[in-house]
Design a protein around this ligand. Structure first.
Ligand code: HEM
Length: 746
């Protein structure tokens, strides 16, 4: 990754966060804390007492939201700083972070320390809140260790604390771009446990509530944290300032718009899951939601002002407008986080109606047994995978469009395969299959087969990496590395190389079936909405890792010859078939307790439904494998054709030097040793005869379809019986041939 200014392999000098910005951020965090604490006190939000539990006291009632707001503010600042270090400013040529990146990494270590401390504090606070006891009474380590795993909020903050600590240690130890990108990915996991507990995790439509809140909090983290990090560069005075700004400001500006849109959509979706539009007016919860909407609109206006007046000058180094607007924006954003925490603490208005058992467990009701019509038409859009399928399809089509505009060709078959893969992803997660999968083992297994086999095969046949590398502009030697270089780094990374090792890919592909279903993981995962998401993601990724080196169009870190790839496919078949049989013949239902708790009238016996699922796994699994074998055979023959064409072109270009060399060897043999083929034969069959035999032996690549010597070779065929020449010995390929039809065309 190229960068012009700093010498390679020189870690940048020690830096401290600029005081001006630290002041604004410090103030912002304080505002978030005060808004959360103030609003909670004002709305008297004490969720536990409303459930009839004793009051844990003011320290918990106000302390918890205050600490939560402060911790969440520090969490988004950490994510933003790592975003900048990894993707908004260029690293040094040698791969070390440059000054701006290193400074952001150091700033992230400070905020991560605060994030970790706040998360640890929130553990006993949440235990106290859940038990309705003063926090001082729950600080007994034994009690905490016993209760944390049983209380979702407390275990969520323990996980978040662990992530924050890992990020803190990482920020203090890594120096390279690669690792800062890994740290960024790790930090993005931080908000997930929090978003997946709380209001969103229970009750009706908790699937949509959880998915929307995860996307909501991630968008807020990238937007708020990214802005603060960019302002961090604007307040520095170093030599790298202008080049860092020139890259960071336009990149962040594009990201900011996307985050604003995601925040607006997911915020409204999440709010509407909780309260009907009519309740927006007249309820505390509704008032807080409207306040957030107002905040987002104001922030949007500030964003537009940035685009009009600050982004351009800031990219050139003049950051006055950026700092003026940015300072106000950061304060408003952090205040909105405080508002959000208060919202999360206040009870949504009671919409009456008790959710049914199915609704309480999976988030929605099922209208009856899964008929074909219901599986086909009873859709429930999956906010995560449904959106991903649409975004993947659109991004691919944009790439193809860009190639077309440049006059470059792109095989229609690849586009069709990719779009079919995206449709498969959408149908498997958002049609009736996606609706029934969390409630029935058989439908879940059907979904597993589509996501684990069919969709990955179609997606890797689309060649997305090749398309991206051709469609994305290269950064060039002096330009800051961009998406194209990041993709290349990912494809060539040691982890990609390790994962696509045939044995690793095979072990992951077939092993994860057995580990997931027969290790007790599956029953534990069933009641958790997020675990269903994780299972689907796992099926997709493991399928892609397995099928990429086998039939993938994109160059994989390891390329196996076609026979080895065929072997890998057939090696997976018995494991797959045995898995289906094992599931079918099991005596106890996997996750029986969960399926019985749903008490679906059309699933009187979960074991019977499991047998259906096992049968599906066994039968359905063969279909995609057939698709792979066909694709592999087509690719194999095409590869042969290509190498034949290449050989022909080379033979044309160098007057067939291989054949010449072979004939020379034969001539040497003829003069030095007993004649393989008598010269006299040569006169009888014309000049090319001996050469061709030579070529076949030495260069298995040689294509005997070379019409120059075709007739000769054919003749030689017949003679073979008597001479028993090199053919049998080496190539083992028939010598029948004619000149390749389109050789001259190319
Ligand atoms: C249209 C505007 C917005 C709406 C309708 C909205 C709505 C919501 C809703 C309904 C929740 C879940 C609260 C609960 O658990 O009951 C939430 C959480 C959250 N929102 Fe927003 N939001 C909006 C804008 C924003 C903005 C602009 C930010 C940040 C700058 C933001 C940051 C957050 C955060 C951090 C949470 C998680 C809070 C927590 O659970 O601790 N939201 N939002």
């Amino acid at each position: 990754m190229a960068h012009a200014t700093v010498e390679p392999a020189a870690p940048p000098p020690q830096t401290r966060p600029p005081s001006g910005l630290a002041g604004v951020v410090g103030l912002g965090v304080a505002v978030a804390v005060m808004v959360a604490a103030g609003l909670t006190a004002l709305t008297d939000a004490r969720p536990v007492t409303s459930l009839g539990l004793p009051d844990p006291g003011v320290l918990t009632n106000v302390g918890l939201p205050a600490v939560r707001a402060g911790t969440e503010a520090l969490m988004v600042l950490t994510i933003g700083a790592l975003l900048l270090a990894a993707f908004l400013v260029p690293p040094q040529r040698a791969g070390y972070l440059d000054v701006a990146g290193y400074r952001a990494l150091r700033a992230a270590s400070w905020t991560a320390a605060g994030w970790a401390a706040g998360s640890i504090l929130l553990i006993p606070l949440n235990v106290a809140d859940a038990l309705g006891r003063p926090v001082g009474e729950v600080l007994d380590p034994g009690l905490l260790l016993d209760l944390i795993p049983r209380l979702s909020a407390a275990s969520a903050w323990s996980l978040t604390a662990l992530v924050a600590l890992l990020v803190l240690v990482g920020c203090r130890t890594v120096l390279t771009w690669g690792w800062s990108a890994v740290l960024f990915g790790l930090a993005l996991l931080g908000p997930l446990p929090v978003a997946l507990t709380g209001h969103s995790a229970g009750g009706g439509a908790h699937d949509i509530a959880s998915d929307s809140l995860v996307m909501h909090v991630l968008a807020a983290s990238l937007w708020v944290g990214g802005l603060v990090a960019v302002l961090g560069i604007a307040t520095t005075r170093g030599p790298d300032r202008s080049s860092a700004l020139a890259t960071a400001v336009p990149r962040f500006s594009r990201l900011a718009l996307a985050c604003w849109l995601v925040l607006a959509v997911t915020g409204v979706v999440n709010a509407l899951v909780r309260i009907p539009l009519t309740a927006l007016i007249g309820s505390e919860y509704g008032a807080l939601v409207m306040a957030k909407m107002a905040a987002l609109i104001v922030l949007g206006a500030l964003g537009a002002a940035h685009r009009r007046s600050s982004v351009g000058p800031a990219s050139q180094g003049d950051t006055r407008a950026l700092l003026r607007l940015g300072g106000v924006e950061v304060l408003l954003m952090l205040a909105t986080i405080g508002l959000a925490v208060a919202l999360g603490r206040s009870a949504p208005p009671d919409t009456g109606g008790v959710p049914s058992r199915t609704e309480a467990v999976i988030g929605y009701d099922l209208s009856g047994a899964p008929t074909l019509a219901r599986l086909a038409f009873d859709w429930r859009f999956d906010l995560v995978f449904g959106t991903a399928a649409i975004v993947l399809a659109l991004a691919y089509l944009l790439g193809v469009l860009r190639l077309r505009r440049r006059g470059d060709a792109w095989a229609a078959g690849r586009t069709l395969a990719w779009l079919a893969g995206c449709v498969g992803l959408l149908v498997a997660t958002s049609s009736g299959i996606g609706r029934y999968a969390p409630a029935m083992f058989s439908v879940h297994m059907g979904q597993h087969m589509i996501l684990g086999m069919l969709v990955p095969i179609l997606l890797v046949l689309g060649g997305p990496v090749t398309l991206a590398l051709r469609a994305l502009p290269p950064s060039g030697r002096s330009g800051p590395p961009g998406p194209r270089e990041w993709l290349l780094a990912a494809v060539h990374s040691p982890i990609a190389r390790w994962l696509t090792h045939p044995l690793v890919a095979l072990a992951l592909f077939v092993g994860s079936y057995y580990v997931l279903y027969f290790s007790g993981l599956f029953p534990a995962a069933l009641p958790q909405h997020w675990a269903h998401k994780l299972m689907n993601l796992h099926f997709l990724l493991v399928g892609a890792i397995f099928f990429w080196p086998i039939v993938g169009i994109d160059p994989a870190p390891r390329r196996l010859p076609p026979p080895a790839r065929m072997g890998l496919v057939f090696a997976s078949v018995p494991f797959h078939a045995f898995f289906g049989v094992a599931v079918m013949s099991a005596n106890t239902a996997l996750g029986g307790e969960y399926y019985r708790s749903l008490a679906l009238p059309w699933v009187p016996d979960p074991l019977h439904d499991q047998q259906l699922g096992g049968g599906l796994a066994w039968a359905a699994g063969e279909v995609p494998l057939l698709l792979v074998v066909i694709a592999l055979l087509v690719q194999w023959s095409r590869q042969d054709e290509r190498s034949a064409r290449r050989d022909d072109r080379r033979a044309d270009a160098d007057g067939d030097s291989d054949l010449e060399a072979y004939n020379a060897m034969l001539r040497r043999l003829a003069t030095n040793g007993p004649p393989l083929v008598a010269e006299s034969d040569r006169s009888r069959h014309g000049s090319g005869h001996t050469e061709d035999i030579a070529r076949t032996t030495l260069d298995p690549q040689h294509d005997p379809s070379d019409s120059d010597s075709a007739p000769v070779l054919a003749a030689q065929e017949q003679d073979q019986t008597s001479v028993d020449g090199p053919r049998g010995a080496r190539s083992g390929r028939p010598l029948v041939a004619r000149r390749h039809p389109d050789r001259d065309v190319e």
